[in-house]
Design a protein. Structure first.
Length: 183
């Protein structure tokens, strides 16, 4: 699967053939069929593993978060840690969102996990608004803006600068406190 990840992330799913993957592994394409049925099987496995990993990471960090602000931090840290650890897989996950055949069981499964992630974040926003920690804003639009900014890091993140938790904390500060100076 590592060779498929490398090719899909670099060249895109549509521009990668099973011949490319087999050559990268050092086997004949026919031998690859011993392990997989289709190229889509590889894409599905990558997407399914990543979708579950992000839900697990968020769940683990949410267990220790008690305030709405800590819960936002948990989400952001989970996302940035995942980008740092699995940038190539994140590239595939986000670039190939619509590649799995629409309406297939696989597509529905991946989409359900994506939806669960967003729903969980929206719950944090609703809880924070109800507690008076966040001001009232359209929940879904706010969630999409915040999660979109965080997930875009797969395009620019580079190891060697700030660490994933430091970047996440900076994003939390920007989102929760803004960039205006005190009046």
């Amino acid at each position: 699967m590592l060779h498929a990840v490398k090719h899909f992330a670099r060249d895109g799913y549509g521009n990668t053939s099973l011949d490319d993957i087999a050559a990268s592994v050092g086997i004949k394409k026919a031998s690859l069929y011993h392990y997989i049925r289709t190229k889509e099987d590889l894409l599905y496995e990558i997407q399914a593993l990543l979708a579950q990993e992000v839900l697990d990471e968020v769940g683990s960090l949410l267990e220790t978060a008690s305030t709405p602000q800590e819960k936002v931090t948990a989400f952001f840290r989970a996302a940035f840690r995942l980008v740092a650890r699995r940038q190539a897989e994140m590239t595939i996950f986000l670039n190939e969102t619509q590649t799995l055949r629409a309406k297939s069981k696989r597509w529905r499964e991946i989409n359900a996990k994506r939806g669960a992630y967003q729903d969980l974040f929206e719950e944090v926003l609703v809880e924070g608004t109800a507690a008076g920690a966040f001001r009232e804003l359209p929940t879904t639009l706010t969630a999409l803006a915040m999660l979109g900014a965080v997930t875009w890091a797969y395009r620019w993140y580079s190891p060697g600068g700030l660490g994933p938790d430091e970047i996440a904390d900076l994003y939390v500060d920007i989102f929760l406190n803004g960039i205006n100076t005190a009046a």
